[in-house]
Write a protein that binds this ligand. Structure first.
Ligand code: DGT
Ligand code: CA
Ligand code: CA
Ligand code: ZN
Length: 576
C-alpha cells in the first residue's frame, strides 16, 4: 500500500492529540507535532526514501526514535504505539479536540463523566442538556458546542492542502501512466488552478482504442472505495478520504474537457455566456456552431478561447474575478514565474527554531540560484523558539558579517523576525534593529484581540522606522487555525504610506495572504515579499507554493520585491 507523507503526519498528529488528552509530557507531545509537520512538508516522499535505503535521521528534526516509527508506519500502515494508546483512550476523541473551545482537558472530562467519545455522542448529550451540568461547562458552552456541531456535519469533508494533493496526484498519475494505452493525462480542477486546498481530484485522459484503463484505475492499491465505474467516468475514494474522478475523453474533445474541468465553474459560465452571444454552444465536448451544431473547436484549450475571441488565460486566473474582462481588453497580467525570484527574505537557523546552520542555509540558497538570503531568526519574546535578545542578535550580526566575507555567489542579509508585542511596540530596541539590513515583523501572541485593537497594534508597529515587512499577516494555518481578526485593507494603506511591505508566506500550511489580498495589495500599490519562512534547507522549496498563490493573486514580477537585484532591493528597503 502506498504510504503518503500526509498519512504518516496524520498518525503522528493523532498520537500527539491522544497524548495531550492523557496529559502526557508537553515536550513529548510537541515532538510528535513537529514530526508531523516535518514529514508533511517534505519535498520527497518518505516511503520512497526508505525504499532506497536513505537514512531518515539525516532529515533535520528527526531522531532515531521517530525515524524508526516512520519506518514502521511505512512497512505496516500503522504504529503499534497508536494501537496501545487506543486501548487506553478511544481513538475518536481527537475529533472532538478540533472543536472551538474544546481543548484536551475538556475532552478528557467529557469522556470521563459522560463517556462521550465522538461528535455524534457529544451532539446527543448537548441536545439532552447534559453538557451544562458537567463541571467547567455551562449553558453557554453547551449552546456553543451544539451550534458548532451543526456546522461540523455540513462540512465534515476537509479540503486537503495542495502539497499533500500534489504528492497523492503524482503517485496516481504515475500509476495510471503504467497502463500503456494512456496517451494524454492531466489533473484538472482546483488542482490545476493551484488553489491552496483542493476538494477532490479531476483527472482527464485520452487513450488508445481498446484501452482497459478503468479496470487498471480501480485496482490502484490506495483505494478504499469504488463509488462508480463506467466506460468514460469512474469515481473512487482514496485512503486519505480524497475523492478522484477519472474521465476518458475522445481526442477531439480533450481541450474542451480540459477547459471545462479546470473550471472554475464561475469562469466556465462566463465563457459560455460569451459563446452564446456569438451563437456558439460550449461544453465539455467541444465548441459547436449553428442549428446543426457543427463542431468548430475543442481539440485544444486554445481553440476554445480562440472561438470566443479571448487569448489563453492561465488556469490560476480562472475564477471569474475580472480575468475575462482583462483578457478582452488585452490587459491580462504577465504573471510572475519561479525564475523571477532572486532571493528569500524569511528564514530561520539553529540559533532559534530552525534545523540548519547559517552556513548550510546560505549554501542551500545558493543552490537555488539565489543572489541573497535574509536570516530572520525569532526575537526574545518567542521563548518557545529560544528567541534572540539584543546581545545574541549582535553576535549573529557579527557572525554573518564574517561569513559574508567568505561566501561567494550568495549574500546573507542581516535580519530578524521581530515579534510585534501586544501594545504594538517591537520586541527589540531600535539601537539593534538599525544595524540590520531589514526586519520582518510578525504577530505570534494575543491573536484573539478584536479587529480594531489588532489592526491598531499592527499599525503602531509600522510606525517604527525600522519596520520593513509584515510577515504572515493574518496568521491562519490551513485546516488548523483561523485567521485573526484584522483589517487588511487598512494595513495595506498604512504600508503604502510608510513604505512597508507585506509578506506572502509560501509555507503550504500558511499562504495567508490570499489571492484576493494579493490583488488588493497590487491595486493599492503595495509591494509583496514572497518568502518561505524556511526552518530548514528543505523548506526553501516552498517558494513554488508562494509563486502559485502570487499568480492566483495576479502578481507580476514587478509587484514582488524579491525579484529585484540586491542593490535595487536595498534601495527599496530604505524607508522615507
Ligand atoms: P474543488 O474540487 O472543490 O477543490 O474545486 P473544483 O473547481 O475542482 O470543482 P469540482 O471538482 O467540483 O469540478 C471541477 C470543475 O468542473 C469545476 O472547476 C468546473 C467544472 N464544473 C463542475 N460542475 C460544473 C457545473 O455545474 N457547471 C459548469 N459550467 N462547470 C462545472
Ligand atoms: Ca476538484
Ligand atoms: Ca470533481
Ligand atoms: Zn518565521
Amino acid at each position: 500500500m502506498p504510504i503518503h507523507n500526509s498519512d504518516i503526519a496524520k498518525i503522528f498528529k493523532k498520537i500527539a492529540d491522544m497524548l495531550d488528552i492523557e496529559g502526557a509530557n508537553p515536550f513529548r507531545i510537541r515532538a510528535y507535532r513537529n514530526a508531523a509537520r516535518i514529514v508533511e512538508d517534505m519535498p520527497k516522499r518518505v516511503a520512497d526514501m526508505i525504499r532506497k535505503g536513505d537514512d531518515l535521521t539525516e532529515i533535520p528534526g528527526l531522531g532515531k526514535d521517530l525515524a524508526d516509527k516512520i519506518k514502521e508506519i511505512v512497512e505496516t500502515g500503522t504504529l503499534f504505539q497508536l494501537k496501545e494508546l487506543e486501548n487506553r483512550v478511544p481513538g475518536e476523541l481527537n475529533q472532538l479536540m478540533r472543536m472551538e473551545g474544546l481543548g484536551p482537558k475538556k475532552v478528557k472530562v467529557l469522556y470521563q463523566t459522560l463517556g462521550v467519545t465522538n461528535p455524534d455522542e457529544l451532539k446527543q448529550m448537548a441536545r439532552e442538556g447534559k453538557i451544562k451540568d458537567v463541571e467547567g461547562f455551562g449553558q453557554k458552552t453547551q449552546a456553543k458546542i451544539l451550534e458548532e456541531l451543526e456546522h461540523l456535519t455540513t462540512e465534515t469533508k476537509q479540503r486537503i492542502k495542495l502539497i499533500s494533493a500534489e504528492e497523492i496526484a503524482e503517485g496516481l498519475v504515475e500509476y495510471l501512466k503504467k497502463d500503456k494505452s494512456v496517451k494524454k493525462i492531466d489533473v484538472a480542477g482546483s488542482f490545476r488552478r493551484r488553489k491552496e486546498t483542493v476538494g477532490d481530484l479531476d483527472i482527464l485522459v485520452t487513450v488508445k482504442r481498446g484501452s482497459a484503463v478503468m479496470d487498471h484505475f480501480v485496482k490502484y492499491e490506495d483505494i478504499t472505495k469504488v463509488i462508480s465505474k463506467g466506460q468514460t467516468r469512474s469515481t473512487i475514494v482514496l485512503k486519505s478520504g480524497l475523492h478522484v474522478d477519472l474521465r476518458v475523453l475522445p481526442q477531439v474533445s480533450y481541450g474542451a474537457a480540459l477547459h471545462y474541468f479546470t473550471g472554475s465553474k464561475a469562469h466556465n459560465i462566463a465563457v459560455r455566456k460569451i459563446g452564446v452571444k456569438k451563437g456558439l454552444k460550449i461544453n465539455e465536448y467541444g465548441v459547436f456552431k449553428g442549428k446543426d451544431e457543427k463542431r468548430i473547436g475543442g481539440k485544444t484549450e486554445e481553440e476554445v478561447f480562440d472561438q470566443v475571441g479571448l487569448p489563453f488565460i492561465e488556469p490560476e486566473l480562472r475564477e471569474n474575478a475580472g480575468e475575462i474582462e482583462a483578457a478582452q481588453k488585452g490587459q491580462l497580467p504577465e504573471l510572475i514565474s519561479p525564475e523571477d525570484i532572486r532571493g528569500d527574505l524569511h528564514s530561520h537557523t539553529k540559533a532559534t527554531d530552525g534545523r540548519n546552520t547559517i552556513k548550510e542555509m546560505a549554501d542551500a540558497a545558493k543552490d537555488h540560484g539565489y543572489d541573497y538570503l535574509a536570516i530572520t531568526d525569532h526575537s526574545k519574546r518567542v521563548r518557545m523558539a529560544k528567541g534572540l535578545d539584543a546581545k545574541k542578535l549582535a553576535d549573529q550580526i557579527k557572525a554573518i558579517d564574517q561569513l559574508n566575507g567568505k561566501l561567494t555567489g550568495i549574500r546573507l542579509l542581516k535580519s530578524i523576525e521581530v515579534d510585534i508585542l501586544k501594545d504594538g511596540s517591537l520586541d527589540l530596541p531600535d539601537e539593534i534593529l538599525k544595524e540590520l539590513d531589514l526586519t520582518v515583523c510578525s504577530v505570534h501572541y494575543h491573536q484573539n484581540l478584536d479587529r480594531e485593537k489588532q489592526t491598531k497594534r499592527i499599525l503602531r508597529a509600522m510606525d517604527n522606522p525600522y519596520f520593513n515587512i509584515l510577515a504572515h499577516p493574518t496568521g491562519r494555518l490551513i485546516n488548523e487555525r483561523a485567521p485573526y481578526e484584522v483589517n487588511i485593507e487598512k494595513i495595506l494603506k498604512a504600508a503604502k504610506e510608510r513604505g512597508c511591505f507585506v509578506e506572502l508566506n509560501a509555507n503550504p500550511d500558511r499562504l495567508d495572504l490570499t489571492a484576493r489580498y494579493c490583488k488588493m495589495a497590487k491595486n493599492m500599490g503595495v509591494k509583496i515579499a514572497v518568502s518561505t519562512d524556511a526552518h530548514s534547507v528543505n523548506d526553501l522549496d516552498f517558494m513554488r507554493f508562494g509563486i502559485y498563490q502570487a499568480r492566483r493573486g495576479w502578481l507580476e514580477k514587478d509587484d514582488v520585491i524579491n525579484t529585484r537585484q540586491l542593490k535595487d532591493l536595498t534601495a527599496l528597503l530604505k524607508r522615507k
